[in-house]
Design a protein around this ligand. Structure first.
Ligand SMILES: C[S@@+](CC[C@H](N)C(=O)[O-])C[C@H]1O[C@@H](n2cnc3c(N)ncnc32)[C@H](O)[C@@H]1O
Length: 271
């Protein structure tokens, strides 16, 4: 039997990026966003009446600039409550986060532990660019040891959401972490099992800094889970840059969602 010729790194990279179905901003109207999840806030609004591109991109189009609602999302046996603050980009619940949240509960990649506890129980996790803190807070509710981080302006909202979910400062750590600007050694006292980043690939000028922070935090046994919403061809550059430092495994779309075809999930491990 003839041995399959191994691909060069360049060929693998090319194959990887060819499999991405990127489209320009002008193409966006091809994709109608539909909200999911439930809101127990007072504001009830049909997504079709939300006109701005930014609002269409978010998970919950019910939120208008300057108005906050509290949303409830299921995660294992928990109901995760999230307040949004639309003054900040990170104050929205983004579709990447809710798709990833559902994946983290349902995929066979993260099977329950032998004693029946969730895969995440006691795992040490850092979330980057956490925004509302949804993913980290949800994971902390399952007993994971979590640090949720974002830029300073998002720290109060993440704290408020931790409190809303009855998590104390010992249950979940909320911290300011600006990519590329800070020394990450304070987080490295123990092994980090997972780094999570949802919808953090969208500003070209931050790509290098984000990769630098991921490199600082991860060691060989850390898995970085990134969900990513396809928007601009320029975002390709991030994956090319990241591919030089990390092995990137793309999770096939059909294994987590058919209806959110613009969100992709990748696992990255240090080369
Ligand atoms: C599109 S939002 C995603 C928020 C959240 N992860 C989600 O999926 O709902 C991108 C997040 O990245 C954060 N971010 C952007 N640049 C950053 C930087 N240089 N350092 C840390 N966080 C940053 C923003 O503050 C924001 O919360």
């Amino acid at each position: 039997m003839s041995k399959k010729k191994e691909k060069t790194p360049e060929e693998r990279e090319k194959k990887f990026f060819n499999s991405f179905d990127f489209f320009d901003d002008e193409d966006e109207d091809r994709h109608a966003d539909t909200p999911s999840g439930t809101s127990d806030g007072t504001l009830e609004m049909d997504l079709s009446s939300v006109n701005s591109k930014k609002d269409r991109d978010t998970q919950h189009g019910k939120v208008l600039a300057g108005i906050s609602t509290t949303t409830s999302l299921p995660f294992f046996e928990h109901k995760i409550l999230m307040k949004q603050d639309t003054h900040e980009c990170g104050g929205h619940l983004w579709r990447s986060a809710t798709v990833l949240m559902s994946f983290m509960e349902n995929t066979t990649h993260f099977p329950p532990q032998e004693d029946g506890k969730s895969h995440w129980y006691k795992k040490r996790i850092i979330e980057l660019g956490a925004g509302t803190g949804l993913l980290g807070i949800a994971l902390a509710k399952t007993g994971a040891s979590v640090i949720v981080t974002d830029q300073e302006s998002l720290v109060p909202l993440m704290r408020e959401n931790a409190t809303l979910n009855q998590l104390s400062e010992t249950d979940v750590t909320v911290d300011k972490l600006s990519w590329g600007e800070e020394d990450c050694t304070r987080y490295k006292t123990e092994k980090i099992d997972y780094i999570i980043a949802s919808d953090c690939v969208y500003l070209e000028f931050t790509f290098e800094a984000l990769i630098e922070t991921m490199m600082d935090l991860a060691d060989a046994s850390t898995t970085i889970i990134m969900s990513f919403q396809k928007r601009r061809k320029g975002d390709n550059r991030f994956w090319r840059m990241a591919g030089k430092k990390f092995e990137i495994k793309r999770i096939p779309l059909e294994s987590y969602s058919n209806s959110h075809e613009r969100v992709m999930i990748n696992f990255l491990t240090k080369k």
